[in-house]
Write a protein that binds this ligand. Structure first.
Ligand SMILES: O=C(O)CCC(=O)C(=O)O
Ligand SMILES: [Fe+2]
Length: 361
């Protein structure tokens, strides 16, 4: 098995490479340093007391591991507040007392047997494109990269993420691929994390449709007989560095020290087609519409009919509704950039709908 170090570059060098190669985020992962130090929130967000004051009231789930992606993995979880979770981070030995009666899946004994800390690794801190958080994390990406998220209707409510992740040494996010063809970024504010990645071309060696994903720390020859053919990309992410994970790259992250990260995914020119045609957001939107059929029929002025809402699959319905939203909003968009992104998105979507047998039937 070949192991490669993920290249580490300054944000200035990264900018020069990005100018020459618009596809660079997808050819290999990158660790970029030297721009999140200038985030207005950088220092404050390293302080657990500050985070507790700002986000303590948020309802949270903490799990061990963060989630599971293999049929043979076991999961335990608690329902908590972020404030209570910070208490656990400070006093992990008090876990029995802190989470008495809070177990959702498994219990304290099963948690102890797993031998890994609870991880609140999916704390949503952004809900829409105008969220106040963006003032703290600016620039989100080093130039010339530009996130197009803000131009994509409902982006932050369709399983695209913007998370604050606080974790103890040993916390685990198992191997997985992010939703919707997005590019993932993990910005390290405190402590270190070990990242292990596999390219989309190597997914066939590390993903088994029945079992799930490989455990890169303990590969199983029976379920993943060809795992040695995959190239393993590795980096120990240090404070101040950002890891970029391209579309459909599988990633596994082990926390090494008590850690604070911000992780978000994004869409730009390089993955808009992958985003537009992915089934994840479309199914989420379609299912939401199926729960409110009258509202959807009224809002689309009958262009999407009651019977379509009932009969189309959630994915197709989600795509039809999004195409409708894009047609009606791109003309009225506030800036030429917004208009052109929405038009491009719509063009990808229309192509996808045109080849849809469900609609032809
Ligand atoms: O930092 C972690 O534990 C995992 C984060 C992740 O998978 C992501 O941001 O997509
Ligand atoms: Fe991820």
């Amino acid at each position: 098995m070949e192991t490669k170090q993920i290249p580490i570059v300054s944000s200035a060098e990264f900018g020069r490479i990005a100018d020459r190669n618009p596809n660079l985020l997808h050819e290999n992962p990158w660790v970029v340093e030297g721009y999140i130090h200038s985030w207005p929130g950088y220092r404050q967000w390293q302080d657990l007391d500050y985070l507790r004051e700002r986000f303590g009231d948020l309802q949270a789930f903490a799990k061990a591991p963060n989630f599971i992606t293999n049929r043979n993995q076991k999961l335990v979880s608690v329902e908590t507040s972020f404030e209570q979770y910070i208490r656990y981070i400070r006093q992990p030995d008090d876990v029995r007392e802190i989470y008495r009666n809070c177990w959702l899946e498994g219990d304290h004994e099963q948690f102890v047997a797993l031998g890994m800390p609870l991880y609140c690794g999916t704390l949503r801190i952004v809900h829409h494109a105008n969220d106040a958080i963006f003032a703290d994390v600016d620039p989100l990406l080093p130039a010339p990269l530009r996130a197009w998220n803000h131009a994509l209707p409902y982006y932050y409510s369709l399983f695209n993420h913007f998370w604050l992740l606080v974790s103890l040494p040993g916390a685990l996010t198992p191997l997985h691929v992010d939703n919707n063809g997005t590019i993932a970024t993990i910005a390290q504010l405190s402590g270190r994390k070990r990242a292990t990645l596999y390219s989309p071309a190597d997914l066939c060696h590390v993903r088994n449709s029945e079992i799930g994903f490989l455990d890169p720390e303990q590969p199983d020859d029976r379920d993943f007989p060809t795992w040695r053919r995959a190239v393993k990309w590795v980096a120990d992410l240090q404070v101040g560095q950002v890891l970029f994970v391209g579309t459909n790259w599988a990633h596994h992250v082990r926390t090494l020290d008590t850690s604070i990260s911000v992780s978000f995914d994004f869409v730009d020119h390089s993955n808009l087609a992958a985003y537009a045609t992915s089934a994840g957001w479309a199914a989420a939107l379609g299912n939401r519409c199926k729960r409110n059929p009258e509202l959807v029929a009224a809002r689309t002025h009958g262009q999407i009919r009651r019977e379509d809402i009932d009969e189309l699959s959630a994915v197709t319905l989600g795509r039809c509704v999004m195409a409708h939203v894009l047609r009606s909003t791109s003309a009225a968009a506030e800036t030429p950039e917004l208009t052109s992104i929405r038009r491009l998105y719509l063009a990808h979507l229309e192509q996808c709908l045109a080849s849809n047998e469900e609609l032809a039937a």
